[in-house]
Ligand binder design. Structure first.
Ligand code: PMP
Length: 477
């Protein structure tokens, strides 16, 4: 794909060090493993215990969907009886073939990485797809595939709260890598790796949410990403790129490249005078939850065959596959749109959240940013600190309950927002999430996560007034 650079996919043996003992013991399902053989023309299959779809009561499915290019315009999509039967039947563990094909091309377009299957099942550039019941399903199964009890994992901090119990359940050590306004701090990661305790097992992986991070709203800069990938290659770990907010990027500058895409543009050395890129170190998670519907429960993992075949085996054990019907509905919608309309739709969605962000920030500034005081109020200065998000649906902010002159105050970084939010703010009729739930090792933090995705403008104004009232009350206590 990349004109000048030679691409070298990491060999299957490379993953031996990374697969958990549990994953190594997993075997393909004896029935599902033979499914591909059924597809050979002329073969009469007596294989699977599949019910006959014509005995099911569903005969067709019709739904309407917005046209992303025309405001207030809808089209009707009808799935006929023939088209519906794959949606009513068991299908391949990794996903229904039509949807896998559509998403494969999407990944090629979005991340510039060509996919072509070799007979070995490995992609030309070392990748394939697996569909899961939301990306959460795939992240959890990937953790089972990669982690042994006692392993160390690098986790950006603050981190998506939904990953913490997964890693706890795996009994691994979570090593926190701090983040700031530019995303994960590559220099801190470097320091952690350089000073790794002797005798301690080296970390196998790094978990990061690179766009519109949940909870901080931050997007990692391109520079940081390049440095992190370089460190992953140098210190030999895998990057779990959890990216459900990729299509919700609304920053002013160009969208930074994904880790998955960087693998084929960032050379890691030269061979016979030619620069080359090594690929297969990034396992990427996407989700349809924020762009088509969270209720569809469809996410997809993109990465090396050696890992995803084990993830599929876990799926075969746990739930056989993701609902064929929701996959079919997603496919029929996407297929009727085509890629141009899909990208137009994601652009509309990100513009929607950009507008929500603007309203939230405008009111945050007005009520808590040291703006003009209300009539009868004294100027209390700034009541909150935050960094404006460039993607996603979250603000991460600190309520400044201690005035600079308040000598009794502790260092505000040592304060915890839990009581402030759960007691004081809640008593005033506003609820947010105390930041501590996003810290893998449960430390305290004065930060709070506010989600702005569902709020009307009036609700934002009212929420900010209530937060202002809360801070002023606590300050005067
Ligand atoms: N990762 C992150 C960072 C998330 O914020 C979420 C959803 N809140 C998920 C994964 C799970 O998303 P899905 O609906 O695809 O399972």
């Amino acid at each position: 794909m990349n004109g000048n650079l030679k691409i070298k996919a990491l060999p299957a043996e490379f993953y031996d060090r990374f697969l958990s003992d549990r994953a190594k013991k997993l075997q393909p399902s004896p029935i599902r493993g033979l499914y591909p053989l059924e597809k050979k023309p002329g073969v009469i299959s007596l294989l699977a215990g599949k019910p006959e779809p014509s005995t099911f009561p569903f005969t067709s499915l019709t739904f309407t969907a917005k046209d992303p290019l025309k405001e207030n315009s809808e089209s009707t999509i009808t799935i006929s009886q023939d088209q519906l039967s794959p949606g009513l039947q068991y299908s391949d563990t990794a996903g229904i073939p039509d949807l896998l094909k559509w998403i494969t091309t999407l990944q090629e377009i979005a991340h510039g990485r060509k996919h072509g299957m070799h007979a070995s099942g490995e992609g030309e550039e070392g990748w394939r797809l697996s569909i899961g019941s939301g990306s959460q399903d795939l992240i959890s199964k990937s953790a089972t595939t990669l982690i042994n009890p006692g392993d160390s994992v690098l986790v950006e901090s603050p981190v998506y709260a939904g990953i913490i119990p997964i890693f706890k359940h795996m009994d691994c050590k979570q090593i926190e890598v701090p983040t700031d306004a530019h995303g994960i701090r590559a220099s801190s990661l470097k320091e952690i790796l350089e000073n790794w305790p002797e005798g301690e097992k080296k970390p196998k992986l790094l978990y990061t949410v690179p766009y519109g991070c949940n909870p901080t709203g931050m997007t990692a800069s391109l520079e940081r990403r390049k440095e992190v990938l370089k460190l992953a290659r140098q210190y030999n770990f895998i990057i779990l790129e959890d990216d459900p907010y990729y299509y919700l990027y609304y920053g002013k500058s160009a969208r930074p490249t994904s880790y998955f895409a960087l693998e084929v543009t960032e050379p890691c050395g030269e061979e016979a005078g030619e620069p080359y890129c090594e690929v297969g170190r990034v396992l990427r998670f996407d989700s349809l939850s924020k762009i088509l519907s969270a209720g569809l429960r469809i996410g997809f993992a993109t990465g090396p065959e050696a890992i995803l075949r084990k993830v599929d085996m876990l799926t075969a054990n746990a739930n056989l596959q993701v609902s064929s019907l929701t996959q079919l509905i997603a496919f029929r919608l996407l297929d009727s749109w085509g890629y141009d309309k899909f990208f137009a739709h994601t652009k509309n969605v990100s513009a929607f959240y950009a507008q929500k962000r603007d309203i939230f920030e405008r009111e945050l500034k007005k009520w808590l940013g040291g703006g003009v005081p209300e009539e009868g109020e004294s100027d209390e200065g700034r009541l909150a600190d935050w960094v404006s998000p460039e993607a996603g649906m979250f603000f991460w902010f600190k309520l400044l309950v201690d005035t600079p002159n308040n000598s009794s105050s502790q260092d505000s970084d040592e304060q915890d927002s839990r009581t402030l939010i759960e007691t004081h703010a809640y008593a005033n009729g506003v609820l947010a999430l105390p930041g501590t739930v996003f810290l893998p090792n449960g430390s305290k933090t004065p930060y709070v996560r506010a989600s702005f995705s569902l709020l009307t403008e009036d609700q934002v104004v009212e929420a900010m007034k209530r937060l202002r009232k809360t801070v002023l009350e606590v300050r005067s206590e």
